[in-house]
Design a binder for this molecule. Structure first.
Ligand SMILES: [Zn+2]
Length: 122
């Protein structure tokens, strides 16, 4: 085993050890439940960070909207539709950031594998 390979192995072991410690603080995967009138709270939650991963990968997002009854005045219906649109926009933006983050992670992983096996060397 070359010095480079041994060093890579030590780095992997240390990274794994650190990962286990860090995972104790991970906030990812928890479901987010949002009620009617809480679009701002949802946005704040989805903009939150994870102490372990940086980007917070939330679990299922559950939006309990107030619904809409036929007898509701038009102004109420309008407000509910506006909120539903706002919520889906907030979730759409979050999903975009998540895709970007995951893309970065996979590039980073690929680069570190290339460095480990020395294939990045000419
Ligand atoms: Zn996390």
């Amino acid at each position: 085993m070359s010095l480079r390979q041994r060093l890579a192995k030590v780095e992997r072991v240390l990274a794994e050890r650190k990962r286990k410690v860090d995972l104790a603080d991970c906030r990812c995967g928890k479901p987010v439940i949002t009620l009617a009138g809480q679009a701002k709270e949802l946005e704040a939650e989805l903009n939150g960070t994870c102490p372990t991963h940086g980007f917070l990968r939330v679990g299922t997002v559950i939006h309990l909207g107030a619904g809409e009854l036929p007898e509701d005045p038009e102004s109420v219906k309008e407000e509910r539709r506006r909120e539903a649109a706002e919520i889906s926009q907030i979730i759409g933006q979050y999903n975009e950031r998540k895709r970007d983050w995951m893309r970065q992670q996979s590039v980073r992983r690929k680069l570190s594998l290339e460095i480990e096996d020395g294939s990045s060397e000419a």
